[in-house]
Ligand binder design. Structure first.
Ligand SMILES: Cc1ncc(COP(=O)(O)O)c(C=O)c1O
Length: 435
């Protein structure tokens, strides 16, 4: 590490509470498109989209940048919860078109956790019920309400409980299915049976459940792709018990899986969608989209200061127009790039005993590392080593779950960067396998 990077890290530690989770020292210099530069100007391929935010490439879209700059010169903050203004309305009208028919109410906020908490609040308000059913390994955010739903790692929850009004159920994990049918759709059905027979018979009184909240692909929990049977089962349960189905699209949404809404991959519709991350194309922004059938809420039920911030909405609106102009091509490209990455990772899985599972949808792909294929013991330390070596070799990655590596590049990434990045990933895995 350079002296300059070292010095910035030292000053950071003096002034900030600890938040950075990585134990490799990366100090950001800048970024563009597929690449990020460290503070010493070293060029690094990005397989993270900066935690799933830069879906349209790192800072590279000139239209988005210009729209934000232009709006900043006009006005940045319009107190949208107090005063009307046209830009958020234009955005809302365009945004709602991306949702299934029958969705007609949006709430604008600032982050994923606020979108999640607001979704849960709306479900409680509309149903006048008290419990929220969430899932093990879920990550919905870290503020107190969302943290109660999050059940990914102890470090995130320890000392902050008790959390009330939340009941957790198991989320289908096809690679580690604990039931008789260890594979695929049947495994998903067994999870649904378990929820019906145990959670909803012994713990969560069905007529007191306001909502079921889930991620269409679990992100932080390990990039776990559920089976169709599981997702459809959740929809059925919600309908049977009269609870709202909330889909947390914060990480998996916004074209990440090849569809605007990740849930569309499963042929299921939710009642409430929570979105953030890619939505603002780099500006902080979140949104909740609610089924029209629910009606509206009285003034003052839910609001904030910065939701609908004009500079953030300017970026979000331009990003949305970009998607609407190119949606078909994007869908095709994401599918093709995702298939190529899955194929190459699949070949690596055959070559390395350490790769236990490769799974994903579109460009949301996880590589789960294990001590060996038979024991399937998570290779957590080895995963950290791979991330570190990859960064030294010029590839930025993020972990997920106990021992999974996220492959989460900008959706606009070039074929060349994909292949170069995968070469580095393989070299890093190979080094750790042979160490
Ligand atoms: C699925 C999901 N929901 C909610 C959140 C929380 O979003 P934020 O960090 O913007 O509060 C995240 C963040 O990683 C997420 O992945």
């Amino acid at each position: 590490m350079s002296k300059k990077a070292d010095e910035i890290i030292r000053r950071d530690h003096n002034v900030f509470l600890n938040t950075t989770m990585i134990d490799y020292n990366f100090v950001l210099g800048g970024g563009e498109g597929d690449f990020v530069y460290d503070v010493d100007g070293r060029k690094i391929i990005d397989f993270t989209s900066f935690i799933g935010v830069y879906n349209l490439g790192i800072n590279s879209n000139v239209r988005i940048r210009n729209a934000i700059k232009k709006q900043i010169d006009v006005m940045m903050h319009g107190a949208f919860n107090e005063y009307y203004s046209e830009l958020p309305v234009k955005f809302g009208e365009a945004f709602i078109k991306m949702f299934p028919k029958g969705f007609g109410r949006i709430f604008l906020c600032n982050s994923g956790t606020e979108a999640v908490e607001s979704s849960v609040k709306y479900a409680k308000y509309f149903t006048k019920r008290q419990y929220t059913l969430a899932f093990y390994r879920a990550f919905h955010g870290r503020t107190m309400g969302s943290l109660g739903l999050t059940s990914s790692k102890f470090i995130q929850r320890s000392h902050f409980g008790p959390f009330t009004g939340v009941i957790h159920a198991p989320y289908v994990y096809p690679y580690r299915c604990p039931f008789k049918h260890r594979d695929g759709e049947e495994c998903g059905e067994e999870y649904i049976d378990y929820i019906r027979e145990n959670i909803l018979k012994r713990e969560a009184p069905p007529n007191e459940v306001a909502s079921i909240i889930f991620e269409p692909v679990q992100g932080e929990g390990g990039y776990i792709v559920p089976t169709k049977s599981f997702v459809r089962g959740l929809r059925e349960i919600a309908d049977e018990i009269g609870a709202a189905l909330i889909c947390d699209e914060v990480q998996a949404g916004y074209m990440r899986t090849g569809k605007f809404l990740a849930l569309d991959n499963f042929g299921v519709k939710a009642d409430i969608y929570a979105m953030a991350k890619g939505l603002g194309a780099g500006m902080p922004m979140g949104a909740v989209v609610v089924k029209s059938d629910f009606g509206d809420v009285p003034e003052g039920v839910n609001a904030n200061t910065f939701g609908g911030n004009l500079a953030a909405v300017a970026g979000a609106y331009e990003a949305l127009k970009e998607i609407q102009r190119n949606q078909r091509k994007m869908e095709h490209d994401i599918k093709q790039k995702g298939a190529h990455i899955m194929k190459r990772l699949g070949e690596m899985k055959d070559r390395y005993g350490m790769i236990g599972d490769v799974r994903g949808l579109g460009l949301m792909i996880g590589v789960e590392l294990v001590k060996d294929k038979d024991s399937m013991v998570p290779a957590s330390k080895e995963r950290e080593k791979v991330l570190k070596i990859a960064l030294e070799k010029g590839l930025l990655l993020l972990p997920a779950g106990d021992s999974t590596i996220r492959v989460l590049p900008p959706l606009t990434i070039s074929q060349h960067s994909i292949d170069k990045g995968l070469d580095i990933l393989e070299e890093s895995i190979s080094e750790v396998s042979h160490s």
